[in-house]
Design a protein around this ligand. Structure first.
Ligand code: UD1
Length: 418
């Protein structure tokens, strides 16, 4: 199994080009299931989760043609297997996103209950509730969700809580339903908006995406489209936080500052300075940052996917901070590992109290989930001496060429096997 070895304690300096967003790419790839025409998707990130999704679409019967520039042409002309098997989806919860489009176009689908990061219970009851409201029948048998419908009908759906893939799944389903669907308490994440832009380009009638109320007027059919995936705000935030934590300087290319304002305000609050012009951001940080409290929340709040990385920064801040997690109930698995590097963090319910120390010291640690791994990488970059991170397959699900990108910033980071 591969590991990352980091010689920390180096201030990072340089440029990073942000990749396409994993969390936008996955639902947008599934949009191709809604039409028999070719759909071209560009700026795909080169990630394990994207490969898993393309394999899943290929298994269902979609013709997948990749080009060398990470563009893909998908053609779902005739689908022969309306199901997503456990072997393919156990590592990736987002595979549940094939459900909405398949039921909308074919009236049936069978999808293994999702796996993915072990960061909480992560049920799919809101997806099911929405599909049922649109007239689908849902059964759970032998670990599979089995859904059938004699044509979906528009419905008024109020989510009990904000769910990103739940909103996306029902938006995908509603594009071909008979009548108007209104999604209330919908996720406002920029990735939901990017999916809506793609669907509208395919002929869907959607308004309100990016707000908490989305209206979708079903149409008889959708057509082909060419869509570039938006930038990855979590990747962008990870590099910004890493460089700030080492007291260095970063020029980030290909990001939109408006989409990452919650992170920008926390980083500037901690003493870093951030200047932007067009799609470029310059981040500079003093040697030691101030502690800053964060509380995760649905967009536009502070993203749960940045919580572990920001906690790593707080471990060496000049004082005590709190990090509250309100989205996932089990998303503090990195705390124990950060403490192995000399951090002083105590968990109190859904809050971690982080007492800033003057430095961290390298050790052997284990990645537990995708974003926790990124937090450990940042801690390793801060820590004196060598840090070895195991189980980095988690990292490869969501970060493109991470050691290469950090290497270009001057980090001493390498991948080893064994
Ligand atoms: C998406 C992101 C993930 C991010 C998360 C929260 C993708 C591919 N993944 O995950 O990176 O961490 O949003 O921003 O976009 N819930 C229910 N019932 C449901 C659905 C969700 O109770 O039917 C709960 C979950 O357990 C969790 C909360 O709602 O506590 C938010 O989950 P959700 O927004 O659905 O996360 P994902 O869409 O899986």
């Amino acid at each position: 199994m591969e590991k990352l070895v980091i010689e920390g304690g180096v201030k990072l300096h340089g440029e990073v080009e942000v990749s396409g967003a994993k969390n936008a790419a996955l639902p947008i790839l599934c949009a191709s299931l809604l039409t028999a025409d070719s759909v071209k998707i560009r700026n795909l990130p080169h990630l394990q989760d994207v490969t898993t999704m393309l394999t899943l679409l290929g298994h269902i019967g979609v013709d997948v043609e990749l080009d060398e520039k990470m563009g893909v042409v998908l053609r779902a002309a005739e689908l022969n297997r309306l199901q997503a098997p456990y072997e393919l989806v156990r590592t990736m919860r987002a595979s549940v996103l094939v459900l909405g489009p398949l039921v909308a176009r074919y009236g049936k689908a069978r999808v293994s209950l999702p796996g993915g990061c072990a960061i909480g219970q992560r049920p799919v009851d809101q997806h099911i509730k929405g599909l049922e409201a649109m007239g689908a029948r849902v059964k759970i048998e032998q670990g599979y969700l089995s859904v059938t419908a004699d044509g979906l009908v528009g419905a008024e759906i109020v989510f009990d809580l904000v769910t990103v893939t739940g909103t996306e799944n029902l938006m995908l389903a509603a594009t071909l339903a008979d009548g108007v669907t209104t999604l209330r308490n919908a996720a406002q994440e920029p990735e939901v908006l990017d999916l809506a832009v793609c669907l509208i380009g395919m002929g869907a009638k959607i308004s309100g995406a990016g707000t908490d109320t989305i209206k979708i007027e079903g149409v008889a059919s959708l057509h082909g489209f060419d869509h570039p995936v938006m930038f990855d705000r979590i990747e962008a935030g990870t590099y910004m936080t890493a460089v700030a934590a080492t007291g260095g300087e970063l020029l980030l290319k290909g990001a939109n500052v408006n989409v990452i304002s919650s992170l920008v305000s926390k980083l500037t609050g901690s003493g870093a300075s951030i200047h932007f012009e067009g799609d470029q951001l310059l981040v500079t940080a003093p040697n030691r940052l101030n502690p800053i409290d964060i509380k995760t929340a649905p967009y536009p709040g502070f993203p749960t996917d940045m919580q572990a990385q920001f906690m790593a920064l707080n471990t060496i801040a000049n004082g005590t901070s709190t990090v509250s997690e309100t989205i996932f109930e089990n998303r503090f698995m990195h705390v124990q590992e950060l403490n192995r590097l000399g951090a002083k963090i105590e968990i109190q319910g859904n809050m971690a109290v982080v007492k800033g120390v003057s430095s961290l010291t390298g050790a052997e640690v284990m990645a537990t989930d995708l974003r926790a791994s990124a937090g450990l990488v940042i801690a390793g970059l801060i820590a004196a001496n060598e840090t070895t991170i195991g189980r980095i397959y988690h990292l490869d699900r969501g970060y493109e060429r991470i050691e290469e990108k950090f290497g270009r910033l001057g980090a001493k980071i390498r991948r080893v096997s064994g």
